[in-house]
Design a binder for this molecule. Structure first.
Ligand code: ZN
Length: 460
């Protein structure tokens, strides 16, 4: 087979994105992400790659989420010597994400060895730093670049997180020419900071995500209204609001909504807002450096001043500053990671607020099965935090409209009506988004394929 596609991750699942294109004697990867979820899923991270990393000419990275870039240090350690291409915002965010991942791996391994288990970290800071050396200077949206002889790539805005891209490949093996579009993760149109995703162009093949292919999302304005209501109600009761927050995009969007809420009087002026996450603070600084990624309305907003700034805002990088927040018993709005509460500083804030009926915990993101966030959302009467059983008395809010992933109507709008040889569905749980979205496409005569991990498909 002269030209093939092989799915090495995000096959009927939502993590571990990794796609291999072979064109003549050239090989290109799109994404090299971490598998995330329970122990069984994550075991795949330490398994050898099903291809020889040294044979890969280039890696094209759609965006900086860990499930898309997290295994790059392993790829490099196993012999990859090619180019890594990404937009400049993705490159900067990937640096923060990979260094953070490396230090978490090292901490986890140290904790395990204190328990007497011998676990080597998946990779360490040196591996991450070495991988970062392979990133080439950031490339702009919509400029075709030659990746290798016979392979040209064009990145287009995917509207998912800062710097995110869909990637359009033009392949020519000397006999055949084919085009293939990788959606990457797609955002929802109408977000405040980023531009809308650019629809898929005409192409022979489309490899697309379908995380929320089974449903429409709740409207964003309703969700923002609910967020303000949660804060108003809690401050009236003299409690604190804890918002478990993902560091990339969600934290910055929330800061912007809080900025607007305070400006427009939707939130009482005396609240104190804490961004208690070193990674989210770094990501916010990276945001400020990349106005080329912003939506026009948001750019106009920038001319009137800092859209993330507000009276009473504190960025707490140091552990001591973070701990000081625990002495506040009312009027604090605390944004802290991780979003699913399975690690990070948010656990301290939960420990100090979950048992208080005056406080509130507001969930604004996806919470996987088995995580602390999911147990609280599902109504547990008490949960274990740092080996202590805490009774849940705080009011729990779950607000669904902030998703960074396109819902079913937005996925269909991105795909459009252009004729295709084949649509391949990836990055979706089979029983949820993928099968349902497959049925919608089948009804339109598209007969999508849903490759399994390791499945190789001829692009003939
Ligand atoms: Zn993503």
């Amino acid at each position: 087979m002269a030209m093939t596609y092989t799915c090495h991750g995000a096959a009927r699942e939502v993590t571990g994105s990794c796609h291999l294109i072979e064109c003549g004697d050239r090989r290109v990867l799109v994404d090299c992400g971490m598998f995330q979820g329970g122990r069984a899923t994550e075991e795949a991270n330490s398994q050898p790659f099903d291809f020889d990393p040294a044979s890969i000419d280039a890696l094209l990275l759609t965006h900086a989420h860990l499930d898309h870039c997290g295994r790059i240090p392993l790829l490099v350690r196993e012999g990859f010597k090619g180019r890594i291409l990404a937009t400049s915002a993705t490159r900067e965010l990937a640096r923060v994400v990979l260094l953070d991942a490396a230090s978490l791996q090292v901490e986890d391994a140290a904790r395990a060895s204190r328990r007497g288990e011998h676990v080597a970290p998946l990779y360490d800071l040196d591996d991450a730093l070495q991988a970062l050396d392979f990133f080439e200077p950031g490339i702009g949206y919509d400029h075709p670049v030659t990746v290798a002889p016979g392979i040209e790539a064009r990145f287009q805005d995917a509207g998912h997180i800062l710097g995110s891209a869909s990637i359009v490949l033009r392949l020519d093996d000397g006999e055949t020419r084919r085009s293939i579009v990788f959606s990457g993760d797609l955002g929802n149109p109408g977000r405040p900071l980023l531009r809308d995703p650019v629809p898929a162009p005409a192409a022979d093949y489309v490899v697309m995500e379908c995380t929320y292919g089974d449903r429409p999302h709740r409207s964003l304005p309703d969700s923002v209204g609910e967020l303000y209501a949660a804060i108003r109600e809690t401050t009236r009761r003299h409690g604190n609001v804890v918002i478990p927050t993902f560091a990339l995009e969600r934290a910055q969007e929330l800061l912007y909504y809080l900025h607007l809420g305070l400006r427009d009087g939707a939130i009482a002026p005396h609240v104190r807002v804490f961004l208690d996450s070193p990674m989210a603070i770094s990501a916010t600084e990276i945001f400020r450096r990349h106005p080329e990624c912003f939506d026009t309305a948001f750019l106009a907003e920038l001319r009137h001043g800092d859209p993330f700034a507000m009276e009473g805002l504190h960025f707490t990088r140091d552990t001591a500053e973070s701990m000081a927040i625990n002495t506040i018993d009312s009027g604090a709005v605390i944004l802290a990671g991780s979003g699913m509460c399975n690690g990070g500083r948010v656990r301290h804030h939960l420990k100090h607020n979950l048992w208080r009926d005056r406080s509130a915990v507001v969930f604004v993101g996806y919470a996987a099965q088995g995580t602390l966030a999911r147990r609280i959302i599902d109504g547990a009467a008490s949960v274990r935090v740092f080996n202590e059983e805490i009774t849940v008395r705080a009011k729990v809010w779950t607000i669904n409209g902030f998703s960074a992933h396109a819902d079913r109507p937005s996925l269909l709008a991105w795909l459009g009506e252009l004729p295709r040889r084949q649509v391949l569905l990836v990055h979706g749980e089979y029983e949820r988004g993928m099968r349902a979205f497959g049925e919608v496409l089948a009804a339109r005569g598209l007969a999508p394929r849903m490759p399994r991990r390791g499945e190789r498909i001829a692009l003939d």
